[in-house]
Design a protein around this ligand. Structure first.
Ligand SMILES: [Zn+2]
Length: 132
């Protein structure tokens, strides 16, 4: 995922790993290691939200975030996924898990700074490139 910046790539990988664990144990997808269509949809929704997160690089962990950017339905689903997969992350993904735990203990910035979102940054860099 080239479009996301470093910190957000870790977020991306974390959510991908969580949905993969959840889907593997709850749904039967045709191919091993791939998401069922429902989970694939949820994942792409999560990635869009990640891209547009107004905190951008300073994004807090989702369950501590004061901004509720998910619609109620995917929000409930992602909560289920995180509750289930969170404790099961440690063995297959120790680095991501530890990183997430440390991240979860950090203070949440009260308000995002303006124009922090990955989407905004990406648009800006595209603009700059076309100006040259
Ligand atoms: Zn699934």
């Amino acid at each position: 995922m080239k479009l996301l910046t470093k910190k957000l790539i870790a977020e991306y990988k974390t959510i991908q790993a969580m949905i993969t664990i959840y889907c593997r144990d709850h749904h039967q997808s045709e191919k091993k290691g791939s998401l069922c269509s429902h989970c694939a949809e949820l994942f792409s929704y999560a990635v869009t939200k990640l891209d547009r997160c107004p905190y951008g690089e300073e994004k807090p962990v989702c369950n501590k975030c004061p901004i509720h950017c998910y619609k109620p339905e995917p929000k409930e689903e992602i909560k289920k996924v995180m509750r289930y997969a969170g404790p099961r992350m440690l063995l297959p993904h120790p680095v991501l898990s530890v990183r997430h735990l440390i991240h979860a203990r950090q203070a949440v910035p009260e308000k995002p700074k303006p124009n922090m979102s990955n989407r905004y940054q990406r648009m800006q860099s595209m603009k700059n490139e076309s100006d040259e």
